[in-house]
Design a protein around this ligand. Structure first.
Ligand SMILES: Nc1ncnc2c1ncn2[C@@H]1O[C@H](COP(=O)(O)OP(=O)(O)OP(=O)(O)O)[C@@H](O)[C@H]1O
Ligand SMILES: [Mg+2]
Length: 522
């Protein structure tokens, strides 16, 4: 075996001396030049790197009349050597071709950084023949040439070829061409690694941005939502009462859950009570529990939600709808942290953190006498206002992506929205806010007949619905909402349940708005 540094194959005496008349030399020089040109073209194409490397060895082997050509690359993390491209080897032969640095000849080239020539494979004990590709043919016919692929002192891998014994070219010439090709390969790999690095950095940045625009399952890049997120992070750790305000479907419940999960109470219960869903007396028992026999049907003692939540968080949803008698009792819980069960006289003390939410205008309710002012001040310690979607249209594309991802996954679809469709959704005024957008995307994904959704494929009520004027005149928004609700009711024969669904509102919310805008069937 011959290391190129200490001695050349020619000097070794074992090497076959090639026949070298001047014309033959001239011809092979030309072939070499063409081969190099072709290799460099192949390496700089835009196909995937594996394809380019394969093309390079194929061209090299074909032009120089070699039996086999292999590029073995070093895995920079594990140090393992793997065949990256091979010409004249089958897939299984390639799979077998794994070497550790220092193992066999390829390993030796990697370690020493110098070329090696094995004039006769048969006489070389270091020759591992890992790929077993040379079995069956007489080994003594083959010489094996390896050059390192170096990038500024870093050994990236090895370029190796098989040549039939006794060809007319000297090893020196072969090695010269191989070194040039190895240089081209090294340049290509360096560029590829730089590009990879750049891609990784970009992906990392994208991920960081994504995290910034996220809070739990909430999405929001707009200034309004970023302010909300900041506020949530600020108030979450303490026991402060938080009052969430915002129109229906703006994410109040999600924010309540986010505050809870960021709090020190996240291991304790989160108990939601809907103040509007249950009639008064039952609600009191739901809040505070009851003793056996407290009222008809109270066949056993029951703990209320405040007791269940002890140590944790109570989320009072639709607090604006709480009736006055219960408002007084809630006030006491807020002030004294104590209450009695319905029909009981034992005072129960609890430690709960309160988060309340409403889409009502509580200030109006106070003026109208339906909401206690003292309770209002107790609740309004830290108010957090969730902006309506029409005032933060920059969130819409992000939300669309988020919901598309989810509903595509759930429905095993690959629906994408074309630009014009995103435009239409961004200009729409969304009276039902994010919930309505969520429903619209779900509808679109489920009903889509093609994967590429254009504006005209969107739900009809959005297409015909009011679109935000380009410069967003705030004052007209209520008018738009009113029109939109009237249209939805007309389109659904004034069946509230259906119109509400189309709008992404609950029936109750729709009724509230019909009253607010004084809409009637005529
Ligand atoms: N910023 C957001 N990012 C992702 N999803 C959101 C966001 N805001 C709201 N949603 C989705 O919209 C829907 C409505 O949210 P949520 O129930 O929190 O609204 P709400 O303000 O409590 O409404 P309501 O007053 O009608 O109870 C939910 O399904 C939620 O997943
Ligand atoms: Mg809610």
């Amino acid at each position: 075996m011959y290391d190129m540094k200490p001695r050349t194959p020619e000097g070794s005496g074992v090497t076959q001396q090639a026949e070298s008349g001047p014309e033959i030399m001239e011809r092979s020089r030309n072939i070499e030049l063409v081969a190099l040109l072709e290799v460099s073209k192949a390496l700089s194409s835009t196909t995937p790197i594996e394809r380019r490397l394969f093309a390079a060895v194929r061209i090299l082997a074909e032009y120089l009349d070699l039996q086999r050509g292999t590029i073995t690359l070093r895995d920079m993390r594990t140090g393992e050597l793997n065949i990256a491209a091979a010409y004249g080897l089958s897939r299984t032969e390639i799979a077998r071709g794994k070497y550790k640095i220092g193992e066999g000849i390829i390993g030796k080239v990697v370690r020493s950084g110098s070329p090696i020539v094995i004039p006769n494979v048969d006489e070389e004990p270091l020759f591992l023949n890992r790929t077993e590709s040379r079995n069956g043919i007489t080994k003594q016919d083959i010489s094996f040439l390896c050059v390192p692929i170096k990038d500024k002192g870093d050994i990236l891998g090895v370029l190796s070829v098989d040549r039939i014994f006794g060809s007319r070219v000297t090893y020196e010439e072969d090695l010269r061409v191989m070194k040039l090709v190895a240089q081209l390969i090294a340049q290509t790999l360096r560029l590829e690694r730089l590009l990879d690095q750049e891609r990784e950095e970009k992906e990392e940045l994208r991920q960081q941005l994504k995290d910034k625009y996220r809070l739990g399952t909430l999405i929001g890049s707009s200034k309004g939502m970023q302010d909300v997120f900041r506020m949530v992070h600020k108030v979450a750790p303490s026991r402060t009462t938080v009052l969430l305000r915002g129109e229906s479907g703006t994410g109040k419940e999600l924010i309540a859950r986010a505050i809870y999960s960021l709090s020190e109470r996240s291991a304790k219960p989160f108990v939601k009570i809907n103040c509007a869903a249950v009639p008064g007396t039952l609600l009191e028992s739901e809040f505070f529990g009851h003793e056996k026999g407290a009222f008809t049907g109270a066949i056993a003692t029951r703990r209320g939600k405040f007791e269940e939540a002890d140590g944790g968080t109570v989320f009072l949803d639709e607090i604006g709808d709480l009736e006055l008698s219960l408002q007084a009792k809630l006030l006491r819980v807020l002030q004294e942290r104590e209450f009695e069960r319905v029909g009981g006289n034992r005072t129960i003390r609890v430690d709960v953190r309160l988060i309340a939410a409403t889409n009502r205008n509580l200030e109006d309710a106070i003026r109208e006498g339906t909401f206690r002012e003292d309770l209002y001040y107790r609740l309004n310690v830290v108010p957090v206002f969730l902006p309506p979607l029409r005032e933060r249209f920059e969130d819409i594309p992000l939300l669309i992506d988020h919901f598309l991802d989810r509903f595509n996954r759930e429905n095993e679809r690959k629906v994408v929205l074309q630009k014009d469709a995103v435009g239409t959704l961004t200009r729409y005024t969304w009276p039902g806010n994010v919930r309505e957008l969520e429903n619209a995307i779900e509808n679109t994904v489920v009903l889509a007949e093609t994967d590429k959704i254009r504006s005209t494929d969107l739900p009809a009520h959005i297409l015909s619905g009011p679109q935000q004027p380009a410069d967003g005149l705030k004052g007209s928004v209520e008018q738009l909402e009113k029109d939109r609700i009237r249209d939805a009711l007309a389109a659904n024969a004034w069946i509230y349940a259906r119109a509400a669904r189309a709008l992404g509102l609950t029936e109750r919310q729709l009724v509230y708005r019909v009253k607010k805008y004084g809409l009637s069937r005529e």
